[in-house]
Write a new protein. Sequence first.
Length: 684
Amino acid sequence: MRLCSPRYAWLLHSGVQLLVWVLFLNPIYSQKHGIAVKSVSDSLKPHHLSEVILYTSKREFKIESPMPVQILSGKQLDKLNSLSVADAIRYFSGVQLKDYGGIGGLKTINVRSLGSAHTAVFYDGMSISNAQNGQVDLGRYSLDNIEAIELYNGQKSTIFQPARGFFASNTLYLKTKTPQFKDDKNSNLRLKFKTGSFGLVNPAFLFEQKITENSSLTVSTDWTKADGHYKYRYQKRYGYDTTAVRQNGDIEAFRTDLTYHAKFSETSKATFKAYFYDSERGLPGAIVANNYEHVQRQWDRNFFVHGSFQSSYAKKFELLANVKFSKDFSRYSDPDYKTLQGTLDNKYYQNEFYASVVNLYTINSWWKTSLATDFSINTLDANLYRFPYPTRYSYLGALSSDMTWERLTIQANLLGTYVDEQVKEYQQGDSQRIFCPVLSASYQPFNTKNFRVRTFYKESFRMPTFNDLYYTFIGNSSLKPEFTTQYNVGGTYVIAPGSLLQTASFQVDGYYNRVKDKIIAMPSANLFRWTMVNLGEVEIKGIDVNTNFVFKLPADLFLDLGLSYTFQKAIDITSSTGTTYRDQIPYTPINSGTLTSSLNWKNWQMNYSFMYTGARYSQKANIPVNYVQPWYTSDMAVAWSGKLFDLPVKTGVEVNNFFNQYYDVVLNFPMPGRNYRFNISFSL
């Protein structure tokens, strides 16, 4: 058994919580000092306090949330020149999106420099996991059926959620659209078509059918095809400067999902979802040593079914049950790489069964507690030489408490997990027992509901992936989990003065993170045979700032203006004698920021987005040869919505990278220059 902190921090925090309760939060003290606590008789009736969400036209802030959260939803997503979820989340502060170029390139999220594997992704409340490599490609999720994107630092600010939601260092939630039927309609149909640069063709449709008054069916499908050919600039110091065309960046992808919603009563509902994704893409590769051509290919096929049931089955009890089964197939082919069996052609088959039960008990009007338990089985098969065929059994538990008064909210969680690793061949399995605490609070210091401060402390971990542990010639089955410790202090302030300035919102957070036992790859005598080891330790200090303003101008003009800024020092503190001690870790800019704006007039809308990423280093050593220049891009769009032949129509033109800047997000993976997109949609 392991504790997230060797100093038994969870015992300390449990003691602190008890002390705070005894000294400050009991009813006697509360009555003396004006903290509103309802009488015990009120607790005989369940009273659910929902989170207060303050809306602006650009962004939403959950002002009472003890965890920092950024939300893009509805029309906000339409205002961004975004084709996929990956394109949209670039505008969140504290986020680095690793983009390897083009429409078909892999896109992964890294929040506050903790690493991609430390961010859990949830799709309609169900986690999207990858036990093989820990990476979730956000480029495969289209925005056509996405209603909201929520990014939480820490965890979602509710204790009524599956245990997996508590365990990640950061969580990203994707919520699909809920059917809404107006004017006695029983069905909705939306047809959408996008085309543009790089041979892009992207038709999509969304169909919603009301089955009964309390049930409906939604089907969403889209198909994407692009050749991925775009110009880029290739320079060599003290050498030539040329323009080339990106090769092997094509993609063809098909996605469909079906969702059934049913409401049995005011307190009981169920959802069933089936999802399928299939793609083939070229992997453009790095432009090094005058190598412009690449022939590597990747195939992905993902299918899952997910059922969810929620009910208040007793006066003070609520139940949330989830079950999911998923099958993933991926294939990687490299005709240029020769093995004893021929050319490299790796195939992976990954299966997961997952079940979760959450019970919420309302003790009284201000105190709730929950117990969430999850169980999952992950298996991985491959056609690799000496592959061990691992199976991972995971048992997760989260005991949580939520105490909410008029001006103060406190949440505490104790997380426990047991992971049993078994392998069939060649290697030895392992098991892990780990406990982690989480403590968070939100407080309204003044007599205004528009201002709130918050803080949280969280310890979490991530298990080594199957590739880390068992990849042939590379894996190390003795790896320990990576541990993270997070501290955060921040606040949210929203005002609505009216007149010229309609609303203004501000969200500021300062944080300190630490990653221990970081898993890194170490070379051996044979450069093909690397070894995975626990060596790294990283210290991260940063500030995230988010602001939003809505102006009402003359002539019925409305201007939405959003600004975000991140300052981040993420340094290597593995060894004081190391050559990279206190150097900034790779691909982490010290300064970055975004600006989003929208000017609305009647049926017309004009959008402008600006993104800046400061200087970075491509390797651990902060030396001139590893320096990566800062980059910025500007995106513009004009959209019109109205009626054509009595049908609701929306159409628009987008210009991305307006100033045609050549830049790399990842060194030697050039990004597209100026490009265009046209879209049109009909609603029936």
